[in-house]
Design a protein around this ligand. Structure first.
Ligand code: GSH
Length: 123
C-alpha cells in the first residue's frame, strides 16, 4: 500500500514537473555584467530538493524565472545529500535552501520563505 501511494505521488509529481517545463516562459534578462554578479552570488546557494515534490517544483520555477544558477542537490533516499541536509538543517524536509554568505551558513526551509528571500535578493 505504501508503495502504491509513493508511486501515485511520484507520477503526479512527474506530471506537475512536465507541466512546469512546458509553461515556464522566459527568464529574467540582465546585462552580461549584471548576470555575472548574480552568478557569483549564487555560488553560495544550493537547493536540497526532490524532483517530483510540488513545493520543490514551485521553488525551481521561481529560480528559473529569476535566472539564478543555484546548484540543485537531490535529497531523496540513497543520496549523500540527504544526510548533509539532516545534519546541517536538522531535518529531512524539502525544499531547503542552504545559504553560505560571509563565512556563515543558514538553512532555510519553507518554499514560500525561500521564494520571498530569492525575489528580494535577485529580482
Ligand atoms: N510547507 C512546506 C512543505 C514541504 C513538504 O511537505 N515537503 C515534503 C516533500 S513534498 C517533504 O519534505 N517531506 C519529507 C519527506 O518526504 O521525507 C513547503 O512549502 O516547503
Amino acid at each position: 500500500m505504501k508503495f502504491i501511494i509513493k508511486l501515485i505521488r511520484n507520477l503526479l509529481g512527474g506530471l506537475i514537473a512536465l507541466a512546469d517545463l512546458l509553461t515556464r516562459g522566459s527568464k529574467l534578462k540582465r546585462t552580461p555584467e549584471q548576470q555575472q554578479a548574480i552568478n557569483t552570488a549564487a555560488q553560495g546557494l544550493s537547493l536540497y530538493q526532490f524532483f517530483a515534490c510540488p513545493f520543490c517544483i514551485k521553488t525551481r520555477r521561481a529560480i528559473y524565472k529569476l535566472n539564478v544558477p543555484i546548484e540543485m542537490r537531490n535529497a531523496s533516499e540513497g543520496s549523500p545529500h540527504r544526510q548533509e541536509l539532516k545534519d546541517g538543517g536538522g531535518k529531512v524536509k524539502v525544499p531547503c535552501l542552504r545559504i553560505e554568505q560571509d563565512g556563515q551558513v543558514q538553512w532555510m526551509y519553507e518554499s514560500s520563505e525561500i521564494i520571498r528571500y530569492l525575489e528580494q535578493r535577485f529580482s
